[in-house]
Design a protein around this ligand. Sequence first.
Ligand SMILES: [Zn+2]
Length: 425
Amino acid sequence: MPEDIVAQHHLLPEMKLLETRRAGSGGLEFVVEMTSKYEVCPRCATRSSSVYDRRWVTIRDEPIRRGEVRLRILKRRFSCGPCGRPFTEPVSGIIKGKRTTERYARAVQQACEEYVDLKTVRQRFRCSGGYLYSVLYRHLELKQRAMRKGWPERVGLDEHFFKRGKGFEKRQFVTMVVDQTGGRLLEVAEGRTGSDVEHAVRRLTNPENVRWVSIDLCDPYKRFVQDYFPNASIVADKFHVLRLPSAALMKYRKQAERGRNTAYLRNLLHKPGYQVLDYWKPRLRDWLKQHPVLEEVYWAKERLSRFYRIRSVTQAAKELTRLTDSLCLSPVPELRTLRTTLKKWRSAILNRSGRSPVYWTESAEVDEPAEGGCPQGTRVNYWTSRQTNARVEGFNNKAKLVKRRAYGYISFRNYRLRLLNACGG
Ligand SMILES: [Zn+2]
């Protein structure tokens, strides 16, 4: 019978096929018995070969095509002299007390990763949601633990929204710790304070390896990086810096529009200047002339984006000084705030914290590096560690999809495991 050939592949060690039956909807049932001569008592390790009684158990196995496969096993209980109690024989490939083979669990877990949603897996394997969850998350947890992780040279930190809290709880955020060197997610922390992150990354080894950490402009991360990584320099993420004047730009643009539809100008306003076509430039300039406050915010934004295109760090440092100095006299309160922020994060924006001894000598606090203060060819490294949080933002996007696919997560533990799995952690 062809089924018997199939059966030979499904038998576990020390099993003998008695009969093959067809079950409903293309399924198969293999009736088997165990052939071992003796078993060892799990309580006292005494060998026993006297069978106390026999009983039938039905175990699920990996499906063939769409058909369910079941193993109907005649299991024996052996009597144990020293204990005075019988014990059930173990079957390799089936965990004690489980009603499925490990092979089945593995197939389910693979399907969980490959299928679009878990509901399809549940229907395909005809198992319960609870079983699915336990198999999947047990596997992901083991995979995580097996991975030995150390800190890389470049790290990025960013937060994103996780879920709404209940009642008086506020919105909950998570922090992603990204390995910028290897391009993978290292860890996910529940919360966005320094201690939250510190708690989450305690398993990672060698924090002294980290040289660059890119963060958005927020103090808790800054403090955490300064305390936790002895050799790291903070890099203020370029895109977060460029976004600083956006809110003011939007506010004054709305005031200037006064309900009129100026959609085309709106697009021009938020674009970097070099992307605006020559055709539009005079119209944009005329319009800005009519609204002096908006004009001032716009040029601040433009100067900031031009600042980021400067190639040499010396020039960049000079330009940043000029920019902050000119904002000092501005009548617009948002621009004065911008100046304060830029001044506060100056060293992080220019990628110099004065804590990089390989690159810096005593002149670290001075704007222009002293002659011979740094070795040839490394100058470009201050300004162009060229590290941004682009990849971290990409993972943020992926996180959104992971959440969406599952229609949201309640458990942070599960969310973390799925995210690490999706982002190559
Ligand atoms: Zn015993």
